[in-house]
Structure formats: structure tokens, C-alpha cells
Write a protein that binds this ligand. Structure first.
Ligand SMILES: *Cc1c(COP(=O)(O)O)cnc(C)c1O
Length: 226
């Protein structure tokens, strides 16, 4: 895609979202040249869903980019990104947190993570129930993980145009987030990010409390998986 189009898309989105909402440019499957164009247009936060692809892009692009891992994690690959990843969105197991903690420790880092909540009614989406999240945050095993910091939750809504359903899914996570934020006082849990909303639903997500949107095709165009 041309520099001009990427720049215009970014500008359009930036103009419609509040200043305090973080825009993650989801660049999965897109060539490094497209990411560079978004970078040149001022974008600094990028999201990828495969660790190897993110590492490849990280090595080729400017070092002041903040890299977010938004995909489902394979534990055996966490080590490849542990020295640079800025935020991990899709954690849905205590076991995965333990692996991230171990790898973060090797680099003397604390890695920020979001727990992925299941809010969609669909079968295929990953994520934890609200009670499973509480169980993790209340466990002794979690408290022992000093090299991770849970900074919030991530949710993906059902793929639908039913506005009412989308609002219900987003607001349920917002409500849970607010409740947990009030209750949880732990050294490795500091809830202030709610990652909800993609190209098709980010205005609704923001209306319902999102502080971070993950937008791909509305910036870089449709993806081609062939
Ligand atoms: C691909 C992806 C996005 C972005 O999707 P678009 O519809 O292109 O904006 C957001 N979040 C996650 C977890 C993704 O995998």
C-alpha cells in the first residue's frame, strides 16, 4: 500500500479516537516496507500475532518501536521475544505466565501482560472466563511471579454486526475490569489497560470503556493469507 494511503488511514483513525486511547497498528502478514511507512507517518506501536514474524520485523525496523504480541502464544517461542516485547495481550493460562516470567527473569526484565477474557459467544475464540481470571489472580503461584506485571485485560467480541450484542460483550468486560481494579492490590497486578476493539468495532469498544484498540485492515488494507 502507498505511503499516502497508510498515512491517511492513520490520520482518520487518530482523529476519531480520544487522545488517551492507544492505537496498536496490527501489521501481521504485511511487509516490512508497509510498517516502515506507518512508522514514517508517526506510528510507534505495532501488533503482531506470530512470534517469529515479530522477531524478523523487530530486527529490520527502528528500535523505538513498541512491539505488542496479540496472538495466541506458543510457550516454546516466548524466549525469542523476551528481550524486547513491550506488551503481551493474549495470555490465557497460568502456565504461560510462568514461562513468560522465567524468560523475563533471564533478561532482568518485568514484562507487561494482559489476560485474555472470553467475551464472544463463538466457540473458536480463546480466552478465560471471568472466574478463571479471578482464580489466577488469587493464587499463590501467581503472586510468586515477580517478572511479570498484569496491566489489564484483552477481549475479542463476536464477529457480528449486531451492535447490541457487541456493546453487551464489551461492557461486560469493562464492568469486570472496574471491579477487579478496585479489589486487586498486588505488586504484580496493576490494572489500567483494557484492550478491546478492531477495525470493524473499535468505535463501539471505545464507547464501552476500551483504552487500547488493535486495528489492522483499516490501516494496512485487507490481508491476503495465500
Ligand atoms: C488480526 C487481529 C486484529 C486486527 O484485526 P482487523 O480486523 O484487521 O483490525 C486485532 N486483534 C487480534 C487479536 C488480531 O488477531
Amino acid at each position: 500500500m502507498s505511503y499516502k494511503m497508510i498515512q491517511e488511514n492513520l490520520k482518520k483513525i487518530k482523529n476519531t479516537i480520544p487522545e488517551e486511547v492507544t492505537l496498536v497498528a496490527v501489521s501481521k502478514t504485511k511487509p516490512v516496507a508497509d510498517l516502515q511507512k506507518a512508522y514514517d507517518a508517526g506510528q510507534r506501536v505495532f501488533g503482531e500475532n506470530k512470534i517469529q514474524e515479530m522477531v524478523d520485523k523487530y530486527t529490520q525496523l527502528p528500535k523505538d518501536i513498541q512491539w505488542h504480541m496479540i496472538g495466541h502464544l506458543q510457550s516454546n517461542k516466548v524466549k525469542y521475544m523476551a528481550h524486547f516485547v513491550n506488551l503481551i495481550h493474549g495470555v490465557d493460562k497460568l502456565k504461560t505466565l510462568t514461562v513468560i516470567n522465567k524468560e523475563a527473569k533471564k533478561h532482568d526484565r518485568v514484562i507487561d501482560c494482559l489476560l485474555q477474557a472470553k467475551i464472544a459467544k463463538e466457540e473458536t475464540k480463546f480466552g478465560l472466563s471471568f472466574s478463571a481470571i479471578e482464580e489466577i489472580l488469587n493464587s499463590e503461584d501467581f503472586l510468586a511471579l515477580q517478572n511479570i506485571n498484569i496491566v489489564g485485560f484483552m477481549g475479542m467480541a463476536t464477529f457480528t454486526e449486531n451492535t447490541e450484542q457487541l456493546e453487551e460483550e464489551f461492557s461486560s468486560l469493562k464492568h469486570f475490569f472496574d471491579t477487579q481494579k478496585k479489589q486487586k492490590k498486588l505488586p504484580n497486578c496493576n490494572l489500567n489497560i483494557l484492550s478491546m476493539g478492531m477495525s470493524g468495532d473499535y468505535p463501539l469498544a471505545i464507547k464501552n470503556g476500551s483504552t487500547m484498540v488493535r486495528v489492522g485492515s483499516a490501516i494496512f488494507g485487507n490481508r491476503n493469507y495465500n
